[in-house]
Design a protein around this ligand. Structure first.
Ligand SMILES: NC(=O)c1ccc[n+]([C@@H]2O[C@H](COP(=O)([O-])OP(=O)(O)OC[C@H]3O[C@@H](n4cnc5c(N)ncnc54)[C@H](OP(=O)(O)O)[C@@H]3O)[C@@H](O)[C@H]2O)c1
Length: 332
């Protein structure tokens, strides 16, 4: 049996971005004791992939040249030599960008598709949902009546974080690119304000939307937006740093905010995190996310691109903001 993979030929350099990717066909080896063979159904396209293909110190080692591109995915077990899995089970984990894979049993975990369709376990009931949930509730700790600002607020992580803050009774202002995404923030997510950062001056719009200053900022984008927010933070305000997507195109030349001294003058607390810090608490997140979604109190949306050969397009889309919702690639 043959599998199809997307491999990273080499770390991206000055050449054309597309030259980094190769579509390959490799025969699958027979499975050994303790292994399972999985047909991969859908994978998650994440901004963090840019870090995985950069040869630098990070929270996990980079993909090796010529290796199958790393991705989180869901799929169906088609053969098992593991006591923990049977053919027909659905699983999630780091499956890679490939149609099929042989995995050690401890590398993947079962998902319960009677709760929700498999793609939801890559969306609000998966890593992005957990990230928004823990980043906002555990680190941000929004309080009733506080003003909370979330950037990339209509995206996968941001939309969950914004809704968690809203459920805490905070006044939530979302920042997103374009009128459709801003309408989604107001009409679907029920936020208290929406700022289109592609339209006009963000600092001015923020000042109008946050007359009492900002208590808590959930940062997904860094760059100019972070700089604009910093100038409006209240004394002893908090900033949760979840990501900085505006800076992912050039890690070596990434820009810090010019007004970073506001952290000192306003006694701010800034804390970053990755989901690695929270893996042991996933059941707690699901305990909130599943009922909230089932009862209609939590909205989540997915943006599906079809075909493994579309991986390079999908990867580029997320940095152009062409996704609306959790960006997923349907493999089979
Ligand atoms: N800490 C963690 O463990 C963790 C885990 C997952 C994700 N993250 C981070 O969370 C953030 C959101 O990730 P996601 O998976 O939820 O993706 P997403 O928000 O669904 O998609 C990314 C969005 O970022 C916005 N964007 C792209 N380029 C931008 C730029 N130059 N300036 C401002 N905004 C830009 C776009 O929305 P607009 O159209 O609104 O611009 C785009 O749709 C990223 O920074 C990611 O690295 C962190």
């Amino acid at each position: 049996m043959e599998a199809i993979q997307i491999r990273m030929r080499e770390y991206p350099g000055a050449g054309p971005a597309r030259a980094v990717w190769a579509l390959t066909h490799d025969p699958l080896r027979p499975i050994a004791d303790g292994e399972i063979l999985v047909a991969i159904d859908t994978i998650s396209i994440d901004p963090g992939m840019s870090g995985w293909i950069t040869n630098k110190r990070s929270y996990m080692p980079p993909v090796k040249p010529a290796g199958v591109m790393r991705a989180f995915g869901v799929g169906e077990v088609i053969e098992s030599k593991s006591g923990g899995f049977a053919a027909g089970d659905w699983v999630s984990g780091f499956t890679g960008v490939q149609t099929h894979g042989v995995f050690r049993e401890e590398r993947l975990r079962k998902i319960d598709t009677s709760i929700a369709p498999p793609v939801k376990f890559l969306s609000g009931l998966g890593m992005t949902g957990f990230t928004g949930y823990f980043g906002m509730s555990d680190i941000g700790e929004p309080q009733e009546g506080e003003t909370v600002v979330v950037s990339a607020a209509s995206g996968a992580v941001g939309s969950i974080a914004a809704q968690v803050a809203k459920h805490s009774g905070a006044r939530v202002i979302g920042i997103a690119g374009g009128p459709d995404k801003c309408a989604y923030l107001l009409d679907e997510l029920g936020l208290d304000g929406a700022i289109d950062y592609k339209q006009g001056d963000v600092a001015e719009a923020l000042a109008r939307a946050c007359p009492d200053e900002i208590d808590l900022y959930f940062d997904n984008v860094g760059g100019e937006t972070l700089e604009a927010v910093l100038s409006l933070m209240r004394y002893q305000g908090r900033i949760v740093v979840c990501g900085a997507i505006s800076q992912y195109g050039d890690f070596a030349g990434a820009q810090g905010p010019a007004n970073f001294m506001s952290v000192v003058t306003h006694s701010l607390t800034i804390r970053g995190f990755t989901m690695r810090d929270y893996m042991h608490r996933v059941p707690e997140a699901l305990g909130w996310l599943i009922p909230a979604w089932k009862e209609g109190r939590l909205k989540m949306r997915e943006h599906l691109v079809e075909g493994i050969e579309k991986f390079p397009d999908a990867y580029e889309m997320i940095f152009r903001g062409e996704n609306h919702g959790k960006l997923l690639l349907k493999i089979s």
